[in-house]
Design a protein around this ligand. Structure first.
Ligand code: ADP
Length: 585
């Protein structure tokens, strides 16, 4: 059985009950003194207050006139004094205490810091992998604290569009307390236990605070419960991105309709054209070469010698079995594949690679790495863990280590595009494509000092598919590492094209993959959720599809460029200016 998750999803109600900054409603209010409508209670206490003041003053005057000692009080005077105190407290409470409370409970930056500091240090991992972070808690991705009560003035601002309708008086009170800063915006889900309502209230408070309308950003039509604890904190709506379909993409004998979420015109159409060229040429072949997610903590010792001792220990094949057993304690699916160390003086960077089933795997590998670090502490008590991620992993940053060693899925995908198809569908020639690829994708990128960028636009396709299928779009950085090769084959008649992508980081479980829209896109590809027969088969299949779609995208854009270049060159070198003007007319 899987050990408890470090970043488990917690029910909204259980989130930090002890640390709640109470809602305004949580405090007893002066107006709650009697179970009467507010105006009646107020009238009652006002009348009482002035009556007893009048009574006591007249009694006082009477005593002075009759030389009666002031401390000698009758029963009616005692009642009057008590009534005076009660009504005074009520009136002070009504007009004064809320004001005092709002000063006392104003959330200051310290409140956020205090909460942040109490988080488990695992939250630090969230820097690189937002999927690992639990929601509803104070995270270090928190927005700056709400400004003090002064901006309440903005409540008066008039919106150019109609603000979200506030349904109840209670909602209105909460919105006001969020605007005033007495209720932290991030705590709404846990306090209300209703994610949609929390989003609506936060949204309205935000509009009032900023004076800017959010009209156009939809609120309805989204399941806010589904993102709680894993996908997004402090939601105020959702962004709509159209999903287009490219395909059928024929890869390894199977057809796929590839969902692409994008707002870049032509991208889907172009990829679709590439799919057509591949299909007409008999399809592409996509091969998975490697499948291992990485995490590399940084540890420090007193001397470089000690750091080297640990490096030798970790890389000794005799110790691998032990480390592997320790590593897999926290997951059914995480299996250690290898450890590679890099040393910088007294500091050691340990790059763990592990298989992660159908999950993209950042959580899983981090948990396994933590197990090993805990275990190593016994034999290396002088080891100081600087951070569970030391950037030698390397997540969401361009890095040679991913380009060379791979991260996630390493895939190579190829196709032979028939000469006829190159001419009729892609409207170019094999020679032009080969030449353009050599000068642009290889030489041009070399001149630019590219790192994994030996392609035309792999990231376009990767990112569009990632967004559609609930992957982490920030991982497009290394997932788009790609070298596109083109060669004339079959005596120069046909085109051999390949894309080699060493770091495709995808999963079909966890993170955004479980959300309704993203899950539907995965379903379309036939890779939704965990593979029942072979854990990991779905995510590996997805990686091969991504590479196939990139192949299609490369083919089409390169053809467009080659054709454009050809037309221009043709016009420039092979036609007279007279012919050109004729052509244009
Ligand atoms: P990640 O490690 O990519 O961040 P999560 O930890 O969010 O992913 O999701 C993986 C979760 O899904 C784990 O709790 C794991 O036990 C569960 N799971 C169920 N089936 C599979 C599978 N076939 N492959 C990987 N994980 C699976």
């Amino acid at each position: 059985m899987e050990a408890p998750r470090l970043y488990s999803t917690k029910p909204a109600q259980s989130l930090k009950p002890s640390k709640k900054i109470p809602l305004e409603e949580d405090h007893g209010k002066a107006s709650d003194a009697l179970p009467l409508p507010l105006h009646l209670t107020n009238a009652l206490f006002f009348t009482l207050f002035f009556s007893v003041v009048y009574f006591l003053l007249s009694r006082w005057r009477e005593k002075i006139r009759t030389s009666t000692p002031l401390h000698v009080v009758t029963f009616s005077e005692i009642i009057a004094i008590l009534s005076f105190l009660a009504s005074f407290i009520y009136l002070l409470g009504f007009f004064g205490i809320d004001f005092v409370q709002s000063l006392v409970f104003q959330p200051s930056p310290d409140v956020w810091i205090a909460e942040d500091e109490e988080e488990d240090n695992e939250v630090l991992l969230a820097k690189e992998d937002a999927r690992m972070v639990p929601c509803g808690q104070a995270l270090d991705c928190s927005l700056p604290p709400l400004p003090p009560a002064a901006p309440i003035v903005t409540v008066q601002k008039v919106f150019d569009e109609k603000p979200v309708t506030v349904t109840t008086e209670e909602d209105e009170e909460i919105i006001k307390s969020v605007v005033a800063g007495t209720t932290p915006s991030y705590s709404l889900e846990s306090k209300l236990g209703d994610c949609k309502r929390a989003a609506a209230i936060r949204r309205e408070a935000l509009q009032r605070l900023t004076g800017k309308s959010l009209s156009g950003l939809p609120l309805d039509g989204f399941d806010y419960e589904s993102i709680l604890g894993q996908c997004c904190e402090m939601p105020v709506g959702y962004v709509q991105i159209p999903v287009g379909i490219a395909g059928p993409l024929l890869v390894n004998g199977r057809e796929y309709s590839v969902p692409m979420a994008t707002t870049e015109g032509c991208l889907v159409a172009s990829t679709n054209r590439g799919c057509k060229a591949i299909h007409l040429s008999g399809g592409a072949t996509s091969v998975l070469l490697k499948d291992g997610m990485t995490r590399a903590p940084c540890v420090r010792f007193g001397t470089a010698k000690r750091a080297a001792d640990l490096k030798l220990y970790l890389e000794d094949p005799d110790n691998f079995e032990t480390l592997s057993v320790v590593f897999k304690r926290s997951s059914r699916f995480g299996r250690l594949q290898g450890i590679k160390c890099a040393i910088a003086g007294k500091n050691l960077y340990i790059r763990f690679t592990c298989s992660t089933g159908d999950a993209m795997g950042m959580n899983m590998v981090s948990k396994g790495v933590q197990n090993v670090l805990d275990f190593l502490q016994t034999d290396f008590p002088d080891m100081d863990v600087i951070g569970i991620s030391g950037n030698f992993c390397s997540d969401k940053k361009p890095a040679a280590v991913n380009w060379i060693e791979g991260r996630g899925k390493s895939v190579v995908c190829e196709a032979i595009i028939k000469g006829d198809v190159v001419r009729k569908v892609l409207k170019t020639s094999v020679e032009s494509l080969v030449e353009l690829n050599m000068l642009k994708n290889l030489t041009g990128s070399a001149m630019a000092g590219a790192l994994g960028g030996f392609n035309a636009h792999a990231s376009n396709i990767v990112t569009a598919i990632y967004i559609a299928t609930g992957q982490d779009p920030a991982q497009n950085v290394e997932s788009s590492h790609c070298i596109t090769m083109m060669e004339a084959v079959n005596e120069g008649k046909d085109l051999h094209i390949s894309v080699t992508m060493p770091s495709i980081e995808v999963g079909t479980v966890g993170g955004g993959t479980q959300l309704a829209s993203q899950s539907a896109c995965l379903n379309l590809l036939g890779v939704k959720g965990a593979s029942k027969e072979t854990p990991g088969a779905n995510s590996r299949m997805l990686a091969t599809i991504v590479a196939g779609a990139v192949l299609a995208g490369e083919l089409s854009l390169m053809s467009a460029l080659a054709a454009g270049q050809l037309v221009k060159s043709h016009m420039k070198y092979n036609r007279s200016s007279k012919d050109v003007s004729k052509a244009s007319s």
